[in-house]
Design a protein around this ligand. Structure first.
Ligand code: PLP
Length: 367
């Protein structure tokens, strides 16, 4: 079936980014594929990562981990968002390592018949996941019924490498690892670095890094760390859509709901077959699409399934032509970062929010 919109994922770009990040950190790499691999497709991306050097896969949800196992992923998998009451038995059955961040979950895991593989999550200063107030009590528990494979934490400000909080969190991480050593627990795998830390804080690599956004070729923070090309990364995702309709209009035509825009001159408009139901931010302004080597900005409000762009009076675009909504930017097209800026968001949100009704195609980008 011919699509009206598609996400194209360049597996070679993901492989390139994994190789770059592994070379930078010189330790094992856990490929973060939560949230449908940041919109890139959980299973396909997991398989691409597995084939191209990822030592581990990481997800938030147990369902995500089980889906990967069911589709034949054999790489070790860590799932880190399992509250008490989760199906820890299923995790064991599918050979999935689980993060433990509270005593209630630890007790449920210890009570299983099989010995679960756990990674102890530490709150070293982000004040989100991980042990904090329960830590001293946790250290008194019986660890004989579990296999402690790893210990990990997460940086709150790795995208601001000179912030003191990074040093404080690293110090706290080391102290808590010593607390475990003091009771005879020596987790072989220690990890705290996300993409930003992997790129900018090599001293924090420990035995493994957990990279999400950079593996997809996107910068963790364009303001503090620079854009993808400056970091040597290749954006893997291109979003394209078809022009449902191209029409000539006269100056003074009100465009879209609320008539928030009015054409200033005679021009050609293109109706793009995507909208906020597909993840196009409704508030985005100042971005648009790329066609025939030129940018065409959004005019008027984004609707549920469509938005309108100003192609310019001289445009030769036809109804049914493909346009690039965003890509790697190397030819002048808009990027996920451009869309993020235009909607007061971040590239993470732009790629993860692309809806399930947009098919993912695993092939090189096209123009
Ligand atoms: C999402 C997530 C990551 C990946 O973060 P990036 O900034 O995308 O590299 C790493 N670790 C944990 C615990 C996460 O939740």
């Amino acid at each position: 079936m011919e699509h009206r919109a598609q996400v194209r994922i360049d597996g070679a770009a993901i492989a390139f980014n994994i190789a770059l990040l592994k070379e930078m950190s010189s330790v094992d790499l856990l490929a973060v594929v939560k949230a449908d691999a940041y919109g890139h497709g959980l299973i396909e991306t997991g398989l691409i990562a597995q084939k191209n050097g990822a030592n581990w896969l990481g997800v938030a949800l147990l369902e995500e981990a089980i889906a990967l196992r069911t589709k034949g992923v054999q790489t070790p998998i860590l799932a880190w968002l399992l509250p008490p009451g989760s199906d820890f038995r299923a995790a064991c059955q599918h050979d999935i390592d689980v993060a433990v961040a509270c005593i209630a979950a630890f007790n449920e895991i210890s009570a299983l018949k099989s010995r679960a593989r756990i990674h102890i999550e530490l709150d070293t200063g982000m004040t989100r996941g991980g042990f904090l107030d329960e830590w001293s009590e946790f250290l008194t528990l019986d660890f004989s019924q579990v296999e402690v494979v790893g210990v990990f934490s997460h940086f709150a400000r790795a995208d601001e490498p000179s912030e003191k909080q990074n040093i404080d969190q690293l110090n706290r991480f080391n102290v808590m690892i010593s607390d475990l050593a003091a009771i005879g627990i020596h987790p072989p795998i220690q990890h705290i670095s996300n993409s930003a830390a992997t790129l900018k804080n090599h001293a924090a690599a420990f035995t493994m890094v957990r990279t999400g956004i950079a593996m997809y070729g996107l910068t963790p923070d364009i303001k503090t760390l620079g854009d993808s090309p400056s970091l040597g990364l290749k954006p893997a995702m291109q979003l394209r859509a078809k022009l449902h309709l191209v029409k000539k209009v006269t100056a003074g035509s009100p465009v879209g709901y609320g008539a928030t825009a009015i054409t200033q001159v005679d021009t050609t408009l293109g109706v793009v077959a995507m909208g906020y139901a597909d993840g196009i931010p409704r508030i985005a302004q100042g971005v648009g699409v790329f066609i025939n080597g030129a940018r065409a900005p959004i005019i008027g409000r984004v609707s549920m399934d469509q938005f309108v762009v100003d192609l310019g009076a001289e445009s030769t675009a036809q109804s049914g032509d493909w346009v690039v909504v965003f890509g790697d930017g190397f030819r002048g097209e808009y990027t996920a970062d451009d869309w993020a800026r235009a909607s007061s968001s971040i590239n993470y949100e732009i790629v993860t929010r692309i809806g399930p009704r947009v098919p993912r195609i695993y092939a090189p980008h096209v123009y």
